[in-house]
Ligand binder design. Structure first.
Ligand SMILES: NC(=O)c1ccc[n+]([C@@H]2O[C@H](COP(=O)([O-])OP(=O)(O)OC[C@H]3O[C@@H](n4cnc5c(N)ncnc54)[C@H](O)[C@@H]3O)[C@@H](O)[C@H]2O)c1
Length: 355
């Protein structure tokens, strides 16, 4: 069935990968990417979108006029626009609140008026910081490691599941996402829209314009490539903090499957991440980056923790795996190598982004 898909944040890392991937898989779909190009480097995606015959709309989700149902008539909205940095909420909350919350409302209003299905990119950051800081973990030579025994519901050595408690503070970033989730569920129920929410852990891969506060794996590889110094911030400055990561192409496989079977998954909320088999500490990331690039950079330990940070997060994705049959396929070496090859090919273009 031919589809008309609107991808908000469609020039960003996730949005553009979804747009290009879906356009390649389904040449008869009409895909529109809407973005205000706030994220530095998103403009580099515009030529690829054009080449793939994806319509680009320079628009802003904060303005409801930019989501006019007499102009945009999607049958599915994939909401990938955001200020995706936790730290941004501490530094300049205004833009984050407007984009991540008012933006979702404007997108939902377009969905209501066009009766479009709605898939939302939420975040593992909906889970409260105080609870994540209560996770029990041991320390090995290279990383922190979750213990099997955990005191909180929804936590185990498999990571954090959808049952993890939600009743404390979580950063303004996480709060705008959780508030958006509530509104999406409500719009689904009230206006009969088909909706689906993916609470994603760390996503990474080529075309991620990584920054210290967002997109750390891409940043780590780029800094090795361009031989720039790094810092291990927090937790004693040892680099043992751990995240699971999901290659953005694995996310594409999942979103594709979800679009095809939205009737089945309607109304659900899934934790989506690489899971226990795809985890890295910063220290281990350094080792892999050194092996892949052949470069070694100076890494300064900064013992004090950064505001809003957590020592370990691993997504327990078993629910989405059971429901859909999807599995992440790309491991750490493949993921970091893909980022490395992208930087090699685009060195001149991306050098300034990682400056
Ligand atoms: N990358 C991750 O690790 C990760 C993890 C969990 C959830 N997410 C979520 O996935 C989605 C995509 O994130 P990403 O990594 O691609 O980030 P990104 O910054 O690369 O992409 C977001 C895009 O939204 C655009 N944008 C920002 N404000 C806008 C506005 N007001 N109007 C229109 N466009 C606007 C930016 O220019 C950018 O191109 C976000 O919702 C993010 O919260 C990302």
């Amino acid at each position: 069935m031919s589809r008309r898909i609107l991808i908000t944040g469609g020039a960003g890392f996730v949005g553009s990968t979804m747009a290009l991937g879906l356009a390649q898989r389904y040449p008869d779909w009409q895909i529109t990417a809407l973005d205000n190009l706030k994220r530095r480097g998103s403009e580099l995606n515009l030529p690829h979108l054009k080449q793939a015959e994806i319509e680009f709309v320079h628009g802003d989700v904060r303005n409801k006029e930019d989501l006019d149902p007499s102009v945009l008539t999607p049958d599915l909205i994939l909401e990938c626009s955001a200020e995706p940095s936790v730290l941004a909420g501490y530094v300049s909350p205004g833009y984050l609140l407007q984009t991540n919350l008012v933006g979702t409302i404007n997108c939902l209003e377009l969905a209501r008026q066009t009766q479009a299905d709605f898939i939302f990119l939420s975040t593992s950051r909906v889970y409260p910081i105080a609870y994540l800081n209560k996770l029990q973990y041991s320390e090995t030579e290279t990383r922190f490691q979750l213990l099997e025994e955990q005191s909180l519901v929804g936590a185990s050595s498999h990571g954090i599941s959808e049952e993890f408690p939600l009743d404390k503070a979580r950063s303004l970033y996480g709060t705008t996402k959780l508030a958006s989730e509530l509104l999406i569920t409500e719009y689904g129920e009230t206006f009969g829209l088909k909706t689906l929410i993916n609470r994603c852990g760390v996503l990474t891969g080529p075309w991620q314009m990584g920054k210290v506060d967002q997109g750390v794996f891409a940043l780590w590889m780029a800094f090795h490539y361009f031989q720039k110094n790094l810092k291990y911030i927090g937790y004693g400055g040892t680099g043992k903090q751990v995240r699971d990561f999901l290659h953005v192409e694995d996310l594409l496989d999942l979103i594709d499957l979800q679009i095809q079977k939205l009737d089945k998954f309607n109304g659900q909320t899934f934790n989506v991440g690489g899971g226990i088999t795809n985890t890295l500490s910063l220290y281990e990331t350094t080792q892999l980056c050194q092996e892949i690039t052949g470069n070694q950079v100076e890494i300064t330990p900064v013992p004090d923790n950064r505001i809003g940070d957590v020592p370990i997060f691993i997504t327990d994705s078993r629910q989405v795996i059971t429901a859909t049959g999807w599995q992440p396929k790309r491991d750490a070496r493949k993921t970091l190598t893909d980022i490395y090859e992208w930087i090699c090919q685009r060195e001149a273009q991306v050098r300034d982004i990682f400056a």
